[in-house]
Ligand binder design. Structure first.
Ligand SMILES: [Zn+2]
Length: 315
């Protein structure tokens, strides 16, 4: 009898252990599916990519943006929850080329497909569009050029269709609608930035290179491609001189980094204005509360750039 009880106790302990193990497994494997309620789980490395995935995927997808609201995506480190979401997603989209080394390295551990977007963007001759920045390294900021953003949307569409072939027609339709909106945005930029008094953009963070090239402008960044790079005093002096020579009115800064350096330059160059441009790398809490999105921020940037460059007013 004692022996039987012992056996039964052992048996029930192992049952409990098995039940516990099974529920842990279920919790781990069901969590992403339950969270997305039968939708295709998509991990997107930062805001513009998440925006593209949400708009192209529509109701078929549940998108996780790995860069939290208000955070700065360059050099983002993932916490364990973000890592789980990245590893558990059906398809992941990252920019690639070391924009976010920790995210891109973690994505290598995924079983499912990961699409690296930047290396896929090529021009009409098949040459990669990614260019070196002033301080070396590939410039990641393609999403600030509406034409390159449209290409990026096309790659997101292909990635979603490969992961979820049943949705291919929906993804094609949604991508086309988004690309039409981007073409209209491109037309607004072209129109507004024609006939301006100046063409030099002085920015705290060298994020506007592709945009500048697209619309015949020049960019001089105070810091480098990543906003936390500190400029040397010689660079600041050189920029202050250039700003004076070219009649620059405005030094552009941004919300997620300290405006200190831009303010120093604005003062050294003879009392210039500072103005905030969004690099669209993430939405701030306020932007999210105001329901800002890629298009509203791109249009706000356009208005500020046009004012700074003395572009003719448009009706
Ligand atoms: Zn940046």
């Amino acid at each position: 009898m004692i022996r039987l009880i012992l056996i039964m106790r052992r048996w029930s302990i192992s049952v409990i252990a098995v039940v516990a193990a099974v529920s842990v497994t279920i919790a781990m494997s069901v969590e992403p599916a339950a969270a997305s309620r039968g939708k295709v789980g998509v991990a997107a490395a930062f805001y513009p990519v998440a925006f593209a995935a949400e708009r192209v995927g529509g109701a078929r997808v549940a998108v996780t943006n790995l860069t939290p609201v208000g955070a700065e995506p360059h050099d983002l480190e993932l916490n364990s929850d973000q890592l789980d979401r990245l590893l558990g997603a059906k398809v992941a989209f990252v920019l690639g080329s070391d924009f976010q080394p920790a995210v891109e390295k973690a994505a290598d551990r995924r079983d499912g497909p990961t699409v690296e977007l930047l290396p896929k963007l090529v021009d009409a001759r098949g040459k990669k569009v990614a260019k070196e920045g002033q301080t070396g390294g590939l410039d990641p900021h393609v999403w600030l050029d509406p034409v390159l953003m449209s290409q990026l949307v096309g790659e997101v569409e292909r990635g979603l269709a490969a992961a979820d072939p049943k949705g291919a027609a929906t993804y094609r339709r949604n991508a086309q609608a988004l690309q039409d909106q981007l073409a209209a945005l491109d037309a607004r930029y072209r129109d507004r930035l024609t006939g301006c008094a100046r063409n030099l953009l002085v920015t705290s963070h060298e994020a506007f290179g592709y945009l500048a090239t697209r619309y015949g402008l020049h960019q001089q960044g105070v810091a480098g491609l990543s906003p936390d790079q500190e400029p040397d005093p010689a660079r600041l002096g050189e920029l202050a001189q250039l700003a004076r020579d070219q009649g620059v009115t405005t030094v552009f800064t941004e919300e997620t980094v300290s405006p200190r350096i831009a303010q120093t330059l604005a003062r050294d160059a003879g009392g210039l204005r500072t103005e905030v441009l969004s690099p669209l790398e993430s939405l701030s809490k306020k932007e999210r509360a105001d329901k800002a999105d890629y298009f509203s921020l791109m249009d706000a940037n356009l208005g500020k750039i046009a004012t700074a460059l003395g572009c003719p007013p448009r009706s």
